[in-house]
Design a protein. Structure first.
Length: 98
């Protein structure tokens, strides 16, 4: 399983728009092959920070997600509403087996 944790900081006047856009992206992504879960959360300490938590069956599914036209459009739109470039961390949970 591949785990993705990403975040983006909204401009103060674009939070609602970014939230709506993010929810649309999450709901669409959940329908993609290999998506086990996909969610967006609002940071309790900094409400302008949105955090994405995703689980994918494998690296191939995630790479295909990144190639989806709507996913690429989401990133472009989110960047226009953000104060800085997003962060993204990808973890291979298969390596973490005990």
């Amino acid at each position: 399983m591949i785990i993705v944790i990403g975040s983006v900081f909204a401009k103060h006047d674009s939070l609602e728009e970014l939230l709506d856009l993010s929810l649309e992206h999450v709901r669409r992504s959940r329908k993609e092959p290999g998506c086990l879960s996909h969610a967006v959360h609002q940071d309790a300490e900094n409400p302008l920070r949105l955090v994405f938590v995703e689980e994918w069956a494998d690296r191939t599914s995630l790479e295909e997600h990144f190639r989806v036209t709507a996913s690429r459009a989401f990133v472009r739109a989110a960047r226009a509403l953000a104060t800085e470039r997003e962060t993204i961390n990808i973890y291979d949970a298969n390596l973490l087996q005990f």
